[in-house]
Design a protein. Structure first.
Length: 632
């Protein structure tokens, strides 16, 4: 029917009559008829568009052809050159092409001579007698106006070799003024190919034009992000950033518009990366002293202060943003963007990273994909990549923070990754002599050997107390004058006797055992076992101690095993006094344990798989059962 084949005697009325009894065929026929009509309409529109474009192309070619001689003599109308430059920068909707030349061909046809004349006019535009200088471009930019030769000159510079742009200070300044204060067509190369050479040879010229053009935008309340983004994101801009960042930060009004916050963040990042720290801190103090400063800008300055001088600004930032959604949103916006310099994140100190995770992480649900969520993940990953004891401690504190409970699984995983990394970073092969001593069951070669040996000796002591003669267990009780147990001994007395027993076994190997040693962070472990620069902390508790279930994590792991000599190893010893009235076992999650074996198993279950590799649990049964009938 569409092609006119085999349709003799057919009509739409006849077909509809024959199809009336079959609804499926009738619907199919109606659908095909609509498709044919739509295709016809589309084809007609395409044909009309091609005719229209051909007419436009013919008109433009005729118009430009009349100016070919003027184009070659560098005296073509500036307005016409401006329109042609717009075509090059893909500013015409109806002109297609991937490159400036292809777009000119789409407008002017395949007239190679004419297109060559246009491109030559672009390259020569900078030398025209009516070409502007940098001051004129900047003045026009301050009024949001454009010189008609700005785009043609920009198009010519994009064709030119970097050496042509560097030929004289006047040309450099004009190129930079057009770049920073002139129009920014979306088809222009960003950054232009000549800029890196200029940044390397004359950063002071770049900084001067950049500061002048951005100051003008600041005064008008305009966004200046695009002009300054390179200052913090590329090492090529380092010299220019040192010259431009602080003057621009000084120039920004304290009551700036919200659209200028992103640009402020980039300038602060550039100052943190490239500017002299003392001068920058003085500027931060001066800015923050202004009471009229907007909320968002104050958060940005405080965050920059935190990164520059953590001890000075940490508390100030926390007090300003804690509990305020708006403040936390601004903090996340400053820190969480994908363009935040990786070189700056690597400078974050461990405590600073922990503070930022706590502030931002407690204010957003983990399921939300937002700047704040992205920031939390980046900072946790940053901590997980630092193989130090301090990073271990901060991650463990964050994992136990009630406000970060929804993120606990992620924090625990990060702590596991960080522990693995720290172990690998701290691993050292022992020398041959130490390996031989270890294999001969003599002196330990590292902290792991020392911890294993100490655990083995403690297990032997526990077995002797429980299964040995009747006097072993009595040492840990207060006795009457007949040698009968009255009440459990004080914790420090039990610890001292255990240290004495441990010392008796270890001294022959040259291993030192001391009670109440001082560890990292001014914390005190109950017993310290040390040898050859290694040390293993031993935390001691009675089974009735109120912190029986938490001490292994909150004291031994959080404080003592962080000592560099411990390498993460530690031992938790508990004296089991049974169900005696003076020392009933402390309940954990569930009923109180009924035996020393049960207590040891349940304490070990509180540790994750990685912690069980480094933390040993030893419960010593001092009930004296079954030999002493007076024992509880």
């Amino acid at each position: 029917m569409q092609q006119g084949l085999h349709d003799a005697g057919l009509s739409e009325e006849g077909l509809e009559e024959r199809l009336a009894a079959n609804s499926r065929l009738r619907d199919r026929f109606d659908g095909e008829r609509k498709n044919i009509a739509n295709r016809s309409t589309t084809t007609r529109f395409a044909q009309e568009r091609r005719i229209g474009l051909t007419r436009i192309q013919r008109d433009w070619r005729s118009r430009v052809k009349q100016q070919e001689a003027a184009l070659r003599d560098n005296r073509c109308s500036p307005v016409l050159l401006h329109r042609l430059a717009q075509v090059c920068f893909d500013e015409f909707i109806d002109v297609e092409g991937r490159t400036p030349r292809e777009r000119l061909e789409g407008l002017l046809g395949n007239d190679e001579s004419l297109i060559g004349a246009v491109l030559q006019a672009f390259r020569d535009a900078v030398r025209r007698s009516d070409a502007p200088d940098d001051a004129q471009i900047l003045r026009l930019g301050a009024r949001s106006e454009t010189h008609p030769l700005a785009l043609p000159i920009m198009a010519g510079l994009e064709q030119a070799a970097p050496g042509d742009v560097l030929a004289g200070k006047a040309r450099m300044r004009l190129a930079l003024a057009i770049l920073y204060a002139g129009p920014k067509p979306h088809g222009a190369e960003r950054p232009p190919g000549w800029l890196p050479a200029l940044l390397k040879s004359s950063p002071e010229v770049v900084a001067d034009i950049l500061v002048r053009s951005v100051r003008s935008r600041m005064r008008r309340g305009e966004d200046f992000q695009e002009n300054v983004c390179g200052l913090a994101q590329s090492a090529t801009y380092a010299a220019a950033a040192r010259l431009a960042a602080l003057p621009l930060l000084m120039a920004l009004p304290v009551r700036s518009s919200a659209r200028q916050l992103t640009g402020l963040g980039i300038l602060l990042q550039a100052a943190l990366l490239h500017c002299e720290r003392t001068v920058f801190l003085e500027l931060i103090d001066r800015k923050l002293a202004c009471r009229s400063m907007g909320t968002g800008q104050r958060v940005y300055w405080l965050a920059a202060g935190l990164l520059a001088a953590p001890q000075k600004y940490c508390e100030k930032l926390e007090s300003h943003v804690a509990g305020t959604r708006r403040g936390l949103r601004h903090l996340a916006a400053f820190l969480a963007g994908n363009d935040f310099p990786a070189a700056l994140i690597e400078r974050f100190e461990v405590p600073v990273t922990g503070v930022l995770i706590r502030l931002i992480g407690s204010s957003v649900r983990p399921s939300m994909y937002s700047e704040r969520s992205v920031a939390v993940l980046r900072f946790v990953d940053r901590l997980a990549a630092i193989p130090t004891v301090d990073a271990t401690g901060v991650l463990e504190e964050l994992a136990s923070d009630h406000n970060l409970r929804p993120r606990r699984s992620f924090l625990v995983d990060a702590a596991y990754r960080q522990n693995t990394l720290r172990r690998e970073a701290g691993f050292r092969y022992s020398d041959a002599g130490r390996v031989v001593e270890t294999l001969e069951n003599r002196r330990p070669a590292n902290a792991a050997d020392l911890a294993a040996l100490t655990t083995e000796v403690l297990t032997g002591i526990a077995r002797a107390v429980c299964d040995g003669d009747a006097s072993g267990w009595r040492t840990y009780w207060n006795l009457d004058r007949h040698g009968r147990a009255l009440e459990p001994g004080a914790e420090h007395a039990c610890r001292d006797h255990l240290a004495s027993e441990l010392r008796r076994h270890m001294n022959s190997l040259g291993i030192d055992v001391q009670a109440e040693s001082r560890h990292a962070g001014d914390a005190r472990a109950d017993v310290r076992v040390s040898h050859g620069g290694f040390s293993v902390p031993v935390e001691v508790k009675r089974s009735c101690h109120s912190h029986l279930w938490s001490a292994v994590r909150n004291r031994l792991i959080a404080r003592y095993v962080r000592d560099p000599g411990a390498a993460g190893y530690g031992i938790y010893v508990v004296f089991w006094f049974g169900d005696t009235e003076q020392c009933r076992p402390t309940p954990g999650q569930g009923p109180p344990p009924k035996s020393a074996c049960e207590l040891e198993r349940r304490l070990r279950d509180t540790l994750c798989a990685d912690e069980r590799l480094r933390i040993s649990i030893c419960v010593i049964d001092v009930t004296g059962s079954p030999w002493n009938k007076h024992a509880p």
